[in-house]
Design a protein around this ligand. Structure first.
Ligand code: ZN
Length: 91
C-alpha cells in the first residue's frame, strides 16, 4: 500500500460559535446577538446599557447591527459587548 489516506488532516475550522448567534428585534432594528462564554471573555468590556465594566471571565452577549450603520463596512466591526441582563432590559 503506497497511498496514504489524508483523513488525519484537520479541516480549517470556521470562526467559532457563529452558529449560536441569534437575531433580536429591538425598537431600533434587528441585532445579531452572540453569547460569549466566561472562558472566551478574556478582557473587560464597557457595557453600553449600564456603562459599567463587564469583568473578564463574565459570560455576556456580543451584539452588532443586522444592518451596518452608514460608514461601517462590516456590521461585525460595530459590535458591542452587553451584560446579558442589560440587553434583555433594552427595548
Ligand atoms: Zn450592563
Amino acid at each position: 500500500m503506497s497511498r496514504r489516506q489524508s483523513k488525519h488532516l484537520a479541516a480549517p475550522r470556521p470562526l467559532s460559535q457563529s452558529s449560536l448567534a441569534r437575531a433580536d428585534l429591538k425598537a431600533d432594528g434587528r441585532w445579531i446577538v452572540r453569547p460569549m462564554s466566561g472562558a472566551s471573555a478574556l478582557k473587560a468590556y464597557r457595557c453600553p446599557g449600564c456603562a459599567q465594566l463587564i469583568a473578564a471571565g463574565t459570560p455576556h452577549l456580543v451584539v452588532w447591527p443586522d444592518t451596518p450603520a452608514l460608514g461601517v463596512e462590516r456590521a461585525v466591526d460595530d459590535r458591542r459587548h452587553w451584560h446579558t441582563a442589560c440587553w434583555e432590559r433594552r427595548l
